[in-house]
Design a protein around this ligand. Structure first.
Ligand SMILES: Cc1cc2nc3c(=O)[nH]c(=O)nc-3n(C[C@H](O)[C@H](O)[C@H](O)COP(=O)(O)OP(=O)(O)OC[C@H]3O[C@@H](n4cnc5c(N)ncnc54)[C@H](O)[C@@H]3O)c2cc1C
Length: 533
């Protein structure tokens, strides 16, 4: 059993930022865990396009306006203002000064600002097309230099420890739900440890992996959402899953993201026979329309004409040298699978990319459960509403990592952490588990969930498809839960159990919300008046 002041579950930009901020108080003890054996692995690691800052001819008000427009009327203006007003300063303080990320500069040494879809100013900082890796490497390397942060890799949180659920005292039944840490599966030693904490922060990212086509790495299976939901925290806006319009459609590199910045630099979408089509769907923004509009336009072209992909042409719009130096990773990955993007267009399809919903939190990242915070993609402050504006989520992780840490530290000044940590919690009981977790069964079930979600709860939904998905997912959940109760734990089994739970959260929310908005699109959409009947 371990005891700490703050347990942070997830080591992407949100978790690492919170850890670094808390560690500034040398008294503070922090445990930061990640399920991956590789400390840098996360959605953050794969982010390409960049992170929002404040460009020339730009202002906080302009960014708020763009966020609210992309959010399709469902973004919380206060959350957008927090991001727009505090974000650029935190970026400078943490990423430029504290951990020294080397963003791209022009020849005169000034920061280079990129343009992305639905942004009305050039304001995106980038490091080639490997921005996420540059950021997470700098943050994690700084985390490792802090003696008061214990970073554990290959450590998967299984469930939150909550009272009254895990309390030895029956009178706790009458108290509000409070979180006291988590059960953590140690993948190397194959054992489950209790980690008790005064405060727990969920920072374990999104759920793209519950879809067949996704840009997300294997860890994005909604673990934090499922844990919070089991503990009783509301999950909101779960129907708003954002699909990226352009993932590479080439064998051996499925899901590899072709950044929006490619269209920002002039890339144009074409049908396989070479005709541009975005003007038809968005005369104002064309190829730089919000991503839900572009993704559905591609889907519609593919369905109407039976295409298995569309093309993205950047070769005709950017000199080869500039292309290679602006997009070195995209260039190399495409070349690896036989596509030279300086000479030919790139085959692309839409793919699940970002979860706009999450654990409901306030503007300091506090959930409805005492001592439980949620930050980054797992959380929902209301910032993204029904559709996220490109390149705001890295900044969101930074801002709410910083804000949650400041809020926790201020609370500890009145309520010292040692007063909040319980003396014990029941040990994990593995007695009676007879079966070994079966990787083939786990993989098969995961693929079934991904197919159901792609076909019935994907880019274009209907009440009938969603009801069908719910019936099939409920059946699977029963089977998976039965297996979970009899099999020894593994990271894959933990993920499968969570994936089916969050798949149900998404489909139920999508069926409940009969109004198309942002990235939630229903063929049987009703208008608001009908919905009130
Ligand atoms: C391909 C791609 C490109 C993107 N490009 C951009 C971009 O250009 N700009 C932008 O702003 N956003 C971009 N995004 C979105 C952005 O990267 C993410 O929204 C953001 O990085 C999320 O950060 P996070 O800290 O919340 O979560 P993550 O970075 O996903 O970190 C989650 C962490 O939780 C850990 N974890 C998960 N489950 C468990 C568990 N049960 N126990 C312990 N640890 C666990 C993971 O191992 C990981 O360490 C992109 C996303 C992808 C996939």
């Amino acid at each position: 059993m371990k005891t700490t002041d703050v347990l942070i579950i997830g080591a992407g930009i949100a978790g690492a930022t919170a850890a670094l901020q808390l560690a500034q108080n040398p008294q503070r003890r922090i445990i930061l865990i990640t399920r991956s054996p590789d400390p840098y692995e996360s959605n953050t690691r794969w982010a390409q396009g960049g992170i929002v800052h404040r460009g020339p001819d730009d202002s906080a008000q302009l960014l708020v306006k763009d966020i609210l427009a992309a959010g399709a009327g469902a973004s919380l203006p206060d959350a957008a203002r927090v991001l727009a007003e505090e974000g650029p300063n935190f970026l400078e303080e943490i990423l430029l000064q504290q951990v020294s990320v080397e963003f791209d500069h022009d020849s005169g040494g000034a920061l280079q600002y990129g343009q992305e879809a639905a942004h009305s100013a050039r304001r995106i900082l980038h490091v080639g097309d490997g921005t996420g890796y540059a950021i997470i490497k700098a943050l994690i390397d700084a985390v490792r230099r802090q003696s008061n942060i214990e970073m554990l890799t290959n450590a998967t949180a299984v469930d939150l420890i909550t009272y009254p659920h895990h309390s030895p005292d029956p009178l706790d039944t009458y108290q509000p739900v409070a979180c006291h840490g988590a059960y953590v599966f140690d993948g190397a030693g194959r054992a489950i440890h209790r980690t008790l904490a005064a405060v727990t922060i969920l920072a374990n990212g999104g759920l793209g992996r519950i879809y067949r086509n996704t840009t997300n790495p294997p860890g994005a299976r909604g673990d934090g959402l499922a844990m919070a939901h089991r503990a009783g925290a509301p999950i909101i806006n779960a129907e708003y899953v954002q699909f990226h319009p352009t993932a590479l459609a080439a064998p051996g590199a499925e899901g590899f993201l072709i950044s929006e910045a490619v269209r920002g630099e002039g890339g144009v979408l074409l049908t396989p026979d070479g005709n541009p089509f975005m003007e038809k769907y968005s005369p104002q923004w064309k190829d730089l329309a919000p991503r839900d509009v572009v993704a559905r336009a591609i889907h519609s072209e593919m369905e109407a004409h039976g295409y298995s992909y569309v093309l993205l042409d950047i070769a005709s719009h950017m000199p080869a040298d500039a292309l290679r130096s602006r997009f070195p990773n995209i260039y190399a990955e495409c070349l690896r699978v036989g596509i030279d993007i300086t000479r030919e267009p790139i085959p692309v399809i839409p793919a699940a990319h970002y979860f706009c919903g999450g654990v409901q939190v306030d503007l300091d990242g506090r959930s409805s459960i005492h001592n439980l915070y949620a930050i980054g993609e797992v959380s929902c402050t209301g910032l993204h509403g029904a559709n996220r504006l490109a390149s705001t989520s890295l900044l969101e992780g930074l801002v709410w990592g910083r804000r949650a840490a400041a809020h926790i530290e201020a609370r500890f000044q009145h309520l010292p952490p040692q007063t909040l940590v319980p003396e014990t919690a029941p040990a994990w009981d593995e007695s009676g588990l007879t079966q070994n977790s079966d990787p083939t069964l786990i993989q098969g079930d995961m693929q079934t969930i991904q197919n159901i979600m792609w076909h019935y709860a994907g880019l274009v939904r209907s009440g009938y498809r969603l009801s069908r998905a719910i019936r099939e997912l409920r059946h699977m959940q029963n089977e998976i839960e039965t297996f979970y109760r009899s099999a020894k734990l593994s990271d894959g089994l933990i993920g499968l159990r969570n994936a089916v739970e969050v798949a149900l959260l998404v489909t139920q929310a999508a069926r409940h919300n009969r109004q198309s908005r942002g990235c939630h699109f229903r063929t049987d959409s009703v208008n608001i008046g009908d919905r009130l009947i």
